[in-house]
Design a protein around this ligand. Structure first.
Ligand code: PLP
Length: 350
Protein backbone atom coordinates (compact mmCIF):
# COMPACT_ATOMS: atom_id res chain seq x y z
CA UNK A 1 0.00 0.00 0.00
CA UNK A 2 2.82 2.40 0.87
CA UNK A 3 0.29 4.42 2.88
CA UNK A 4 -0.46 4.24 6.60
CA UNK A 5 -3.24 6.10 8.33
CA UNK A 6 -1.81 7.04 11.69
CA UNK A 7 -4.09 5.87 14.44
CA UNK A 8 -1.80 7.25 17.19
CA UNK A 9 -2.65 10.93 16.53
CA UNK A 10 -2.89 13.19 19.57
CA UNK A 11 -2.12 16.72 20.78
CA UNK A 12 1.26 18.25 19.89
CA UNK A 13 3.04 21.24 21.39
CA UNK A 14 2.19 24.37 19.41
CA UNK A 15 4.87 26.06 17.33
CA UNK A 16 5.65 29.74 17.61
CA UNK A 17 6.38 32.25 14.88
CA UNK A 18 9.17 34.31 16.51
CA UNK A 19 11.54 33.39 13.68
CA UNK A 20 9.13 35.12 11.30
CA UNK A 21 9.91 38.46 13.03
CA UNK A 22 13.64 37.76 12.70
CA UNK A 23 13.50 36.83 9.01
CA UNK A 24 11.14 39.62 8.06
CA UNK A 25 13.46 42.19 9.68
CA UNK A 26 16.41 41.17 7.48
CA UNK A 27 17.54 43.46 4.66
CA UNK A 28 15.95 42.49 1.35
CA UNK A 29 13.41 40.18 3.00
CA UNK A 30 10.70 38.99 0.61
CA UNK A 31 8.07 36.36 1.37
CA UNK A 32 8.24 33.53 -1.17
CA UNK A 33 5.25 33.19 -3.50
CA UNK A 34 2.24 30.95 -2.90
CA UNK A 35 0.85 29.62 -6.19
CA UNK A 36 -2.65 28.37 -6.87
CA UNK A 37 -2.11 25.27 -9.03
CA UNK A 38 -4.25 22.95 -11.09
CA UNK A 39 -3.14 19.65 -12.64
CA UNK A 40 -6.10 18.13 -14.49
CA UNK A 41 -8.72 17.89 -11.73
CA UNK A 42 -6.26 18.27 -8.87
CA UNK A 43 -6.31 21.69 -7.20
CA UNK A 44 -3.69 22.71 -4.69
CA UNK A 45 -1.63 25.59 -3.30
CA UNK A 46 2.15 25.42 -3.60
CA UNK A 47 4.40 27.44 -1.32
CA UNK A 48 7.35 28.16 -3.57
CA UNK A 49 10.67 27.85 -1.73
CA UNK A 50 12.72 27.41 -4.89
CA UNK A 51 14.47 30.69 -4.16
CA UNK A 52 14.75 31.76 -0.54
CA UNK A 53 17.16 34.49 0.62
CA UNK A 54 19.09 34.06 -2.63
CA UNK A 55 19.55 30.28 -2.21
CA UNK A 56 17.81 27.44 -4.06
CA UNK A 57 15.94 25.84 -1.10
CA UNK A 58 14.07 26.60 2.14
CA UNK A 59 16.93 25.37 4.34
CA UNK A 60 18.46 28.81 4.81
CA UNK A 61 15.49 29.70 7.04
CA UNK A 62 16.67 27.17 9.61
CA UNK A 63 20.42 27.75 9.36
CA UNK A 64 20.10 31.54 9.59
CA UNK A 65 17.77 31.47 12.60
CA UNK A 66 19.74 28.79 14.48
CA UNK A 67 23.03 30.67 14.10
CA UNK A 68 21.32 33.91 15.21
CA UNK A 69 19.96 32.18 18.34
CA UNK A 70 23.34 30.55 19.02
CA UNK A 71 24.98 33.98 18.87
CA UNK A 72 22.32 35.35 21.22
CA UNK A 73 23.14 32.53 23.64
CA UNK A 74 26.79 33.72 23.48
CA UNK A 75 25.83 37.29 24.43
CA UNK A 76 24.81 38.94 21.14
CA UNK A 77 23.06 42.12 22.31
CA UNK A 78 19.29 42.45 21.98
CA UNK A 79 18.38 44.37 18.81
CA UNK A 80 21.51 43.21 16.99
CA UNK A 81 19.91 41.01 14.34
CA UNK A 82 21.26 41.83 10.89
CA UNK A 83 24.11 39.73 9.51
CA UNK A 84 26.50 42.71 9.12
CA UNK A 85 25.83 43.62 12.79
CA UNK A 86 26.39 40.02 13.88
CA UNK A 87 29.62 39.82 11.85
CA UNK A 88 30.88 43.04 13.43
CA UNK A 89 30.04 41.77 16.93
CA UNK A 90 31.95 38.48 16.53
CA UNK A 91 35.45 38.69 17.94
CA UNK A 92 38.53 36.47 17.84
CA UNK A 93 38.72 33.58 18.32
CA UNK A 94 35.98 33.48 15.72
CA UNK A 95 34.00 30.22 15.72
CA UNK A 96 33.90 27.83 12.78
CA UNK A 97 30.65 26.22 11.68
CA UNK A 98 30.48 22.51 10.92
CA UNK A 99 27.63 20.41 9.60
CA UNK A 100 26.66 17.34 7.59
CA UNK A 101 24.26 17.41 4.68
CA UNK A 102 22.64 15.75 1.71
CA UNK A 103 23.08 19.10 -0.04
CA UNK A 104 20.75 21.96 0.75
CA UNK A 105 21.34 22.34 4.48
CA UNK A 106 25.12 22.33 4.04
CA UNK A 107 24.94 25.03 1.43
CA UNK A 108 22.74 27.09 3.75
CA UNK A 109 25.20 26.76 6.66
CA UNK A 110 28.04 27.65 4.29
CA UNK A 111 26.18 30.78 3.16
CA UNK A 112 25.53 31.91 6.76
CA UNK A 113 29.23 31.38 7.55
CA UNK A 114 30.16 33.51 4.53
CA UNK A 115 27.81 36.32 5.59
CA UNK A 116 29.46 36.29 9.02
CA UNK A 117 33.02 35.96 7.73
CA UNK A 118 33.43 32.51 9.33
CA UNK A 119 34.96 29.29 8.04
CA UNK A 120 32.53 26.39 7.42
CA UNK A 121 33.26 22.66 7.13
CA UNK A 122 30.57 20.59 5.48
CA UNK A 123 30.50 16.76 5.49
CA UNK A 124 28.63 15.02 2.68
CA UNK A 125 27.83 11.32 2.18
CA UNK A 126 29.87 9.24 -0.22
CA UNK A 127 28.46 9.48 -3.74
CA UNK A 128 27.14 13.04 -3.39
CA UNK A 129 26.81 14.55 -6.87
CA UNK A 130 29.63 16.88 -7.93
CA UNK A 131 27.15 19.69 -8.61
CA UNK A 132 26.02 19.61 -4.98
CA UNK A 133 29.61 19.63 -3.71
CA UNK A 134 30.47 22.51 -6.05
CA UNK A 135 27.43 24.48 -4.88
CA UNK A 136 28.55 24.17 -1.24
CA UNK A 137 32.17 25.04 -2.12
CA UNK A 138 30.95 28.08 -4.06
CA UNK A 139 29.84 29.54 -0.71
CA UNK A 140 33.44 29.31 0.51
CA UNK A 141 33.06 26.19 2.67
CA UNK A 142 35.46 23.27 2.83
CA UNK A 143 33.64 20.11 1.79
CA UNK A 144 34.66 16.70 3.18
CA UNK A 145 33.30 13.43 1.82
CA UNK A 146 32.47 11.05 4.69
CA UNK A 147 33.03 7.32 4.14
CA UNK A 148 29.37 6.29 4.15
CA UNK A 149 25.80 7.53 4.18
CA UNK A 150 24.15 10.63 5.66
CA UNK A 151 24.15 9.23 9.21
CA UNK A 152 27.92 8.60 8.97
CA UNK A 153 28.42 12.14 7.67
CA UNK A 154 26.55 13.45 10.75
CA UNK A 155 28.84 11.39 13.03
CA UNK A 156 31.96 12.73 11.31
CA UNK A 157 30.76 16.31 11.56
CA UNK A 158 29.90 15.95 15.24
CA UNK A 159 33.39 14.64 16.02
CA UNK A 160 34.81 18.04 14.98
CA UNK A 161 32.98 19.95 17.70
CA UNK A 162 34.91 22.04 20.24
CA UNK A 163 34.40 25.37 22.02
CA UNK A 164 35.13 27.23 18.82
CA UNK A 165 33.72 24.74 16.32
CA UNK A 166 29.93 24.83 16.41
CA UNK A 167 27.84 22.00 14.99
CA UNK A 168 24.84 23.46 13.15
CA UNK A 169 22.97 20.23 12.45
CA UNK A 170 19.35 19.91 11.36
CA UNK A 171 18.80 16.60 13.12
CA UNK A 172 18.73 15.99 16.87
CA UNK A 173 20.36 13.09 18.71
CA UNK A 174 21.15 12.26 22.31
CA UNK A 175 22.75 15.30 23.94
CA UNK A 176 22.20 17.51 20.89
CA UNK A 177 18.73 19.03 20.66
CA UNK A 178 18.86 22.84 20.95
CA UNK A 179 20.21 23.78 17.51
CA UNK A 180 17.81 21.43 15.64
CA UNK A 181 14.97 22.96 17.68
CA UNK A 182 15.98 26.45 16.52
CA UNK A 183 16.28 25.16 12.95
CA UNK A 184 12.68 23.86 13.12
CA UNK A 185 11.56 27.24 14.48
CA UNK A 186 13.37 28.91 11.57
CA UNK A 187 11.48 26.76 9.05
CA UNK A 188 8.20 27.89 10.56
CA UNK A 189 8.61 31.26 8.82
CA UNK A 190 7.35 29.65 5.62
CA UNK A 191 4.24 28.37 7.37
CA UNK A 192 3.62 31.81 8.91
CA UNK A 193 3.91 33.44 5.48
CA UNK A 194 1.55 30.83 4.02
CA UNK A 195 -1.05 31.66 6.63
CA UNK A 196 -0.92 35.33 5.68
CA UNK A 197 -1.09 34.46 1.99
CA UNK A 198 -4.01 32.03 2.32
CA UNK A 199 -6.00 34.61 4.27
CA UNK A 200 -9.40 33.19 5.21
CA UNK A 201 -8.75 29.83 3.52
CA UNK A 202 -7.83 26.90 5.76
CA UNK A 203 -5.89 23.95 4.36
CA UNK A 204 -7.72 20.68 4.81
CA UNK A 205 -4.80 18.57 3.61
CA UNK A 206 -1.09 19.36 3.88
CA UNK A 207 1.44 17.00 2.28
CA UNK A 208 4.95 17.64 3.59
CA UNK A 209 8.10 15.82 2.64
CA UNK A 210 10.25 14.13 5.30
CA UNK A 211 14.01 13.60 5.40
CA UNK A 212 15.02 13.71 9.06
CA UNK A 213 11.60 15.22 9.82
CA UNK A 214 12.60 18.69 11.06
CA UNK A 215 10.65 20.43 8.31
CA UNK A 216 7.56 18.32 9.03
CA UNK A 217 7.99 19.00 12.77
CA UNK A 218 7.80 22.74 12.04
CA UNK A 219 4.77 22.31 9.80
CA UNK A 220 2.91 20.10 12.27
CA UNK A 221 3.57 22.40 15.24
CA UNK A 222 2.58 25.62 13.52
CA UNK A 223 -0.37 24.05 11.70
CA UNK A 224 -1.64 22.89 15.11
CA UNK A 225 -1.79 26.57 16.03
CA UNK A 226 -3.14 28.03 12.78
CA UNK A 227 -5.17 25.22 11.22
CA UNK A 228 -5.94 22.64 13.93
CA UNK A 229 -8.35 20.71 11.69
CA UNK A 230 -5.89 20.16 8.84
CA UNK A 231 -4.88 16.60 8.00
CA UNK A 232 -1.14 16.36 7.59
CA UNK A 233 0.61 13.69 5.60
CA UNK A 234 4.35 12.89 5.82
CA UNK A 235 5.84 11.97 2.44
CA UNK A 236 9.06 10.01 1.90
CA UNK A 237 10.85 8.14 -0.87
CA UNK A 238 10.16 4.42 -0.89
CA UNK A 239 13.93 4.00 -0.75
CA UNK A 240 14.37 5.94 2.53
CA UNK A 241 11.27 5.17 4.63
CA UNK A 242 12.41 6.05 8.17
CA UNK A 243 9.15 7.78 9.17
CA UNK A 244 6.97 5.09 7.62
CA UNK A 245 8.91 2.33 9.39
CA UNK A 246 8.80 4.22 12.70
CA UNK A 247 5.03 4.78 12.52
CA UNK A 248 4.59 1.13 11.66
CA UNK A 249 6.80 0.04 14.59
CA UNK A 250 5.38 2.64 17.01
CA UNK A 251 8.94 3.69 17.87
CA UNK A 252 11.76 5.54 16.10
CA UNK A 253 13.67 2.99 14.03
CA UNK A 254 16.62 3.25 11.66
CA UNK A 255 16.25 1.87 8.14
CA UNK A 256 18.67 1.07 5.35
CA UNK A 257 18.39 3.51 2.48
CA UNK A 258 19.05 3.15 -1.23
CA UNK A 259 19.97 5.75 -3.80
CA UNK A 260 17.00 7.97 -4.65
CA UNK A 261 16.57 10.98 -6.92
CA UNK A 262 15.02 12.66 -3.84
CA UNK A 263 18.48 13.27 -2.39
CA UNK A 264 17.37 15.66 0.35
CA UNK A 265 14.98 13.02 1.70
CA UNK A 266 17.56 10.23 1.73
CA UNK A 267 17.79 9.77 5.51
CA UNK A 268 17.66 6.53 7.49
CA UNK A 269 16.83 7.93 10.93
CA UNK A 270 14.42 10.63 12.08
CA UNK A 271 15.58 13.51 14.21
CA UNK A 272 15.11 12.65 17.89
CA UNK A 273 13.29 15.99 18.30
CA UNK A 274 10.91 15.38 15.42
CA UNK A 275 9.79 11.85 16.15
CA UNK A 276 7.26 12.42 18.94
CA UNK A 277 5.72 15.42 17.13
CA UNK A 278 5.35 13.43 13.92
CA UNK A 279 3.99 10.38 15.75
CA UNK A 280 1.35 12.53 17.45
CA UNK A 281 0.68 15.14 14.78
CA UNK A 282 0.75 13.39 11.41
CA UNK A 283 -2.43 11.81 10.13
CA UNK A 284 -0.69 9.56 7.63
CA UNK A 285 2.61 8.50 6.16
CA UNK A 286 3.07 7.90 2.43
CA UNK A 287 5.90 6.48 0.36
CA UNK A 288 6.39 7.52 -3.21
CA UNK A 289 8.59 5.82 -5.76
CA UNK A 290 11.01 7.21 -8.31
CA UNK A 291 8.49 7.04 -11.15
CA UNK A 292 5.91 9.01 -9.17
CA UNK A 293 8.50 11.64 -8.27
CA UNK A 294 9.51 11.96 -11.89
CA UNK A 295 5.88 12.32 -12.99
CA UNK A 296 5.33 15.07 -10.43
CA UNK A 297 8.51 16.77 -11.56
CA UNK A 298 7.34 16.75 -15.18
CA UNK A 299 3.95 18.11 -14.08
CA UNK A 300 5.60 21.04 -12.32
CA UNK A 301 7.80 21.72 -15.35
CA UNK A 302 4.63 21.81 -17.48
CA UNK A 303 3.24 24.43 -15.10
CA UNK A 304 6.34 26.58 -15.41
CA UNK A 305 7.51 25.73 -11.86
CA UNK A 306 10.51 23.39 -12.35
CA UNK A 307 11.30 21.87 -8.97
CA UNK A 308 13.93 19.40 -7.71
CA UNK A 309 12.96 15.81 -6.94
CA UNK A 310 12.85 16.31 -3.16
CA UNK A 311 10.88 19.47 -3.72
CA UNK A 312 8.04 17.79 -5.65
CA UNK A 313 7.46 14.92 -3.24
CA UNK A 314 4.35 16.59 -1.81
CA UNK A 315 2.90 17.03 -5.31
CA UNK A 316 3.61 13.35 -6.08
CA UNK A 317 1.72 12.44 -2.90
CA UNK A 318 -1.30 14.54 -3.90
CA UNK A 319 -1.33 12.88 -7.31
CA UNK A 320 -1.41 9.44 -5.65
CA UNK A 321 -4.06 10.55 -3.21
CA UNK A 322 -6.23 11.80 -6.04
CA UNK A 323 -6.07 8.37 -7.70
CA UNK A 324 -6.10 6.05 -4.71
CA UNK A 325 -7.53 7.83 -1.64
CA UNK A 326 -9.64 10.70 -3.03
CA UNK A 327 -11.57 11.08 0.25
CA UNK A 328 -8.37 12.58 1.71
CA UNK A 329 -8.39 15.55 -0.64
CA UNK A 330 -9.97 18.79 0.52
CA UNK A 331 -10.90 22.01 -1.21
CA UNK A 332 -7.68 23.63 -0.01
CA UNK A 333 -4.65 21.33 -0.32
CA UNK A 334 -1.17 22.59 0.45
CA UNK A 335 2.35 21.49 -0.54
CA UNK A 336 5.82 22.98 -0.28
CA UNK A 337 8.10 23.19 -3.32
CA UNK A 338 11.21 22.98 -1.16
CA UNK A 339 14.01 23.32 -3.71
CA UNK A 340 14.71 24.38 -7.25
CA UNK A 341 15.73 21.87 -9.88
CA UNK A 342 19.39 21.05 -10.40
CA UNK A 343 21.21 18.87 -12.86
CA UNK A 344 21.99 16.11 -10.39
CA UNK A 345 18.24 15.47 -10.03
CA UNK A 346 17.98 13.78 -13.42
CA UNK A 347 15.80 10.67 -13.15
CA UNK A 348 18.38 8.34 -14.65
CA UNK A 349 18.09 5.37 -12.28
CA UNK A 350 14.49 4.35 -12.92
C1 PLP B 1 14.62 19.98 -0.77
C2 PLP B 1 14.32 19.36 0.55
N1 PLP B 1 13.05 19.16 0.90
C3 PLP B 1 12.72 18.60 2.08
C4 PLP B 1 13.71 18.21 2.97
C5 PLP B 1 13.30 17.53 4.24
O1 PLP B 1 13.62 18.22 5.38
P1 PLP B 1 13.92 17.41 6.73
O2 PLP B 1 15.23 16.72 6.54
O3 PLP B 1 13.95 18.46 7.78
O4 PLP B 1 12.82 16.44 6.89
C6 PLP B 1 15.06 18.40 2.64
C7 PLP B 1 16.14 18.02 3.56
O5 PLP B 1 17.31 18.08 3.25
C8 PLP B 1 15.38 19.00 1.40
O6 PLP B 1 16.65 19.20 1.01
Amino acid sequence: MRFIRNSQCGPVSLGDDRAFSFHSSLDGYQPTPLHQCQLDHLHFWAKDERVRMGLPAFKILGASYAVFRKLQSQGLPEGCSSFPEMAAWLQAPRPQLVTATDGNHGRAVAAVARWLGLQAHVFVPEGTADQRIDAISSEGAQVHVAPGNYEIAVQWASQRVSDHVWLIQDTAFEGYTQIPQWIAEGYSTMVAETRDQLGHRTPELIAVQVGVGTLAQAVVQLAAKYWPDARILGVEPERAPCLYASIQAGTRVQVDTKHTSMTGLNCGLLSANAWSTLRDGLHGSMLINEVEAERASRSMISMGLPTGASGVAGVAALQRIQNEFPDWLGTTNLVFLTESINESDEFKDL
